[in-house]
Design a protein around this ligand. Sequence first.
Ligand code: ATP
Ligand code: MG
Length: 321
Amino acid sequence: MKKIITLTVNPAIDKSTTVSGIKPNSKLRCAKPVYEAGGGGINVSRVLHTLGANSLCMYMAGGSSGKHLQDLLVDSEIVQQVIPIAGKVRENLSVYDTTNKEQYRFGMPGPMVNPSEWKNTLGQLEGILSDGDFLVASGSLGPGMPIDFFAQVSHISQKKKAKFILDTSGDALLKGAEAGVYLLKPNLGELAKLCGVNTISFFELESVAKTFLKNNPCEVLVVSLGAQGAILVTNSTLEYITAPIVFQKSTIGAGDSMVAGMIYSLAKGKSLREMAKYGVACGTAATMTEGTQLCKKRDVEELNNWILTNSETCHKMKNTA
Ligand SMILES: Nc1ncnc2c1ncn2[C@@H]1O[C@H](COP(=O)(O)OP(=O)(O)OP(=O)(O)O)[C@@H](O)[C@H]1O
Ligand SMILES: [Mg+2]
């Protein structure tokens, strides 16, 4: 299997708890909190571990919460490389109200990152990457980081002949995509931003995706469509992958699980079609678990088998029509 490196520049500790009724101006007695390591690339590393693949989880962290994050990843048996920064890792809060069964998620800003710190990250990446590696950068940029940070990561990946996969949003995604990415996994809103339009209808999707690939140095585009699954687009391929209907508990982590599933498949040498299907299986499996929990391997395998059988049936139907 090829080497996989994940990069998280704005990680978090995700703290979740439950409460019976959220109301203002009163003391709310919450249950004992659960702490989990969070942030895009870290989630990808955690899912890869669940699937049975090793990855090197690189992230920028500092302070006592940074030490807590490190301990959580040690407990999860994730191989990690911490790039030290002065600021403390942020702590997000998620509260589940047992009376109305709603989840409230509070995201905090990350610490300020100074130029020597993010430049150190680029330097360390350059030292680690080698020919044929997969590098997954996922999640937001921290305050103080340049908007073209992922473009700089792209240049390093190209120099080291590593395959760069980017899952972020906004201008950071735009700049990264312009610089060159092997695989992009935007959702519809992110693809619209990449193409400079407000919305993309289902009827426009194929042509918009093809045009995007023509105009950008990006080889593979997998647009995730939530409950509708995903579409895989390259210059010579176009395939819809339908997501199985499941009993959905929480969509948190669906995107990260999907990215992890795709990298897992790629690193095992699977085809792009198999990769996209396995990604949809992982994304959908993540919706079957509660709260911030990511996907479970048994669900992934069952869903992937369903997708493989189902798409085979669709293919046969097309051939006989
Ligand atoms: N409601 C759902 N039912 C079944 N599968 C789902 C559902 N929502 C998401 N998925 C699965 O997860 C994948 C990724 O979901 P989505 O398109 O919502 O990504 P995203 O917007 O990047 O998510 P995130 O908010 O986690 O970043 C989908 O392609 C699909 O396989
Ligand atoms: Mg996403």
